[in-house]
Write a protein that binds this ligand. Structure first.
Ligand code: ADP
Ligand code: MG
Length: 595
């Protein structure tokens, strides 16, 4: 049985070298798998992440034969996270290839995450043979219907000849306007169906880059007027600006106008965090007091407190720039709403403000107030970060991490406090160098994102490192992807900030007391995980050692070692105070909507 399967596989391998088989009196035949592979190649798809099984094993081989890079993962969700991260990093959708039924269903959480984050992604799932539908086929499921809610486009190509058309459409939908998800359903019967090659119109469908959307000059004028008259202007840089590759234009705007800016979590690095105009350390104050806000590629959702009081000044005027006009006036009415790519808008605005010789003086009340707040907040953080008391707190850990990683690293991060505190302390000075739980606040994304980022580094920036900073709970969702990293020799540095739980856990004694007080399922705190779990020992599965750290010198030594390892991942497991928390906040983190 197994041998039979291998024989079939090697036949496919043989065939993929020939690529096509002569049939029908010398006419060349090509099957659905190879049509799919060639179509994806034509559309510029470069990476595929997935898990194979019936009926997509031959598909994966055809993809490799066509020159696509295939990365086999350990869980479909993680594969889906990886595919969407590569889409964000490259601007071209990555493909997530999965099996039928449960394979696709495991992927759905990932599809929702990509859709909510506005990242391009193409999911392709095998499905049961069409003649088995309705009679209990193997892993039969309503796959197109299931995907519809989580995608911009979901379809099953009706014949092999129409596969190239649907691939082109799927890629176009994923990238055009606000990026998002496409789904293609490939029944086993479609994948294996053979047709004469010259009947498949491949060349007709040429990949074409989506044109930039340019702003209406009148609206640029209005935006410039509003900003030039503002007393307390603020720029918010969202991940739409990062995706839109607006970094050079935005740096010029900020330098020319000296207007304070605030990046959203993944907007970090579009303008360097270390820029003197970055006011992340006075975030609450900046939002609260600004009178004109230039909102570039960010939605006024929960992450930006819905743009409403009490987090914003009543009457604050918003200049909203987005590629998606449906987004305008959501939650609050914008004073100026500009349908445009961020980059051409920012370029045009910079020229207009230059004409007006607009530049915010550093001596202005606005800057003075922000500087004072920045000073106060930085003092608190520095106090915490220089504490040597044991067990360590978050701030001390992140200070040591920041000081011992290459400054241009891609930082992947997830967890509760780990992600929130790390956002302030781990700096990004390059765009698209931070990948985190994002708009959907999804836990489990880290290792998949890190695999994608490391693949990207290998192909486009071989010297660059990926640091995957995980809470212990977050790591648990997709920890087995460490094997994927090992198999593909990806030198991801996984830093686990381990506090024995979700938000926080308990030390060994307290946990023992708690668990001995009754039935384990009734007295184990739901937020608790086992104490001092040795996650770093996962490296021993591959015959190498990980790092366990309790002190700053141990963290420094571990990072020095890990930075020198270039052909496999490393795990640094840092045991911190299970009750460590973050700086007291002026507002509840999830400010209630007033609606
Ligand atoms: P953040 O998480 O940084 O707040 P969001 O995901 O809320 O960002 O918002 C990103 C916004 O950027 C979306 O509304 C999306 O339509 C928009 N967007 C994406 N690409 C571009 C682009 N090239 N130009 C302008 N807006 C864009
Ligand atoms: Mg934890």
């Amino acid at each position: 049985m197994l041998l039979g399967r291998f024989a079939r596989l090697s036949q496919t391998l043989l065939r993929r070298n020939l690529h096509i088989t002569p049939k029908f009196n010398q006419a060349m035949a090509i099957d659905g798998n190879n049509i799919l592979a060639e179509s994806l190649k034509k559309q510029g798809v470069e990476y595929v992440f997935g898990i194979v099984g019936i009926p997509v094993i031959e598909t994966s081989l055809a993809l490799q034969a066509a020159g696509l890079k295939y990365v086999g993962m350990r869980n479909e969700q993680a594969a889906c996270y990886a595919a969407q991260a590569i889409g964000y990093l490259t601007g071209k959708p990555g493909v997530c290839l999965v099996v039928s039924g449960p394979g696709l269903l495991h992927c759905i959480g990932g599809m929702a995450n990509a859709q909510v984050n506005c990242w391009p992604l193409l999911v392709i799932a095998g499905s049961c043979p069409e003649d088995h539908e309705g009679i209990g086929g193997f892993q039969e499921w309503l796959q197109v219907e299931s995907s519809r809610m989580y995608s911009k486009y979901a379809a099953r190509p009706p014949s092999p000849r129409l596969v190239p058309l649907h691939v082109e459409k799927a890629v176009r939908y994923a990238c055009a306007g606000r990026p998002g998800v496409s789904y293609l359903d490939m029944p086993a019967t479609l994948l294996t169906a053979e047709v004469e090659e010259d009947k498949v119109p491949m060349d007709y469908y040429a990949a074409e880059t989506v044109k930039l959307a340019h702003p209406n000059p009148e609206l640029v004028e209005q935006a410039a007027d509003l900003l030039a008259k503002a007393q307390r202007p603020l720029i918010i840089v969202g991940k739409g600006a990062a995706y839109g590759r607006a970094e050079d234009a935005l740096c010029k705007l900020v330098e020319a106008t000296k207007v304070p800016f605030l990046p959203t979590p993944m907007g970090k690095g579009v303008v360097p965090d270390e820029s003197q105009y970055c006011v992340s350390t006075a975030r609450t104050q900046a939002l609260l007091k600004a009178d004109v806000i230039l909102l570039l590629g960010a939605r006024l959702n929960w992450m930006l407190h819905f743009g409403q009081a009490p987090r914003y000044a009543p009457g604050a005027k918003i200049i909203q720039v987005d590629i998606c006009p449906e987004e305008f006036h959501n939650s609050v009415k914008s004073e100026v709403a500009v349908h445009s790519d961020i980059k051409p808008f920012v370029e045009a605005l910079t020229l207009k403000l230059r004409d007006r010789k607009f530049s915010l003086p550093p001596t202005s009340d606005w800057w003075q107030g922000l500087r004072e707040k920045q000073k106060k907040n930085t003092q608190f953080v520095e106090g915490q970060a220089s504490s040597k008391s044991m067990p360590l707190n978050y701030y001390a850990v992140f200070k040591a991490v920041q000081a011992n990683i290459p400054k241009d690293s891609i930082i992947v991060s997830e967890g509760a406090n780990t992600m929130d505190i790390g956002r302030g302390m781990l700096l990004n000075n390059k765009p698209r160098h931070r990948l985190d739980a994002g708009t959907f606040a999804t836990m489990g994304v880290g290792p998949g994102f890190a695999v994608a980022a490391a693949m990207w580094c290998r192909d486009y920036a071989p010297e660059k490192r990926v640091i995957c900073v995980e809470g212990d709970s977050a790591f648990g969702f997709s920890g087995m992807e460490i094997e994927t990293m090992f198999r593909y020799k990806l030198p991801v540095i996984v830093v686990i900030v381990n506090n024995n739980g979700i938000y926080g856990g308990f030390d060994r004694d307290v946990m023992q007391d708690l668990q001995s007080s009754g039935d384990l399922a009734q007295c184990t705190p739901p937020t608790a995980l086992s104490t001092e779990v040795r996650y770093e020992k996962m490296m021993e599965m591959f015959g190498v050692s990980g790092h366990l750290c309790r002190t700053i010198p141990e963290i420094e030594a571990a990072l020095k070692d890990a930075v020198n390892v270039t052909d496999r991942p490393s795990i640094i497991n840092i045991l911190i105070d299970p009750q460590a928390s973050r700086k007291p906040q002026a507002f509840n983190w999830l400010t209630e909507s007033k609606l």
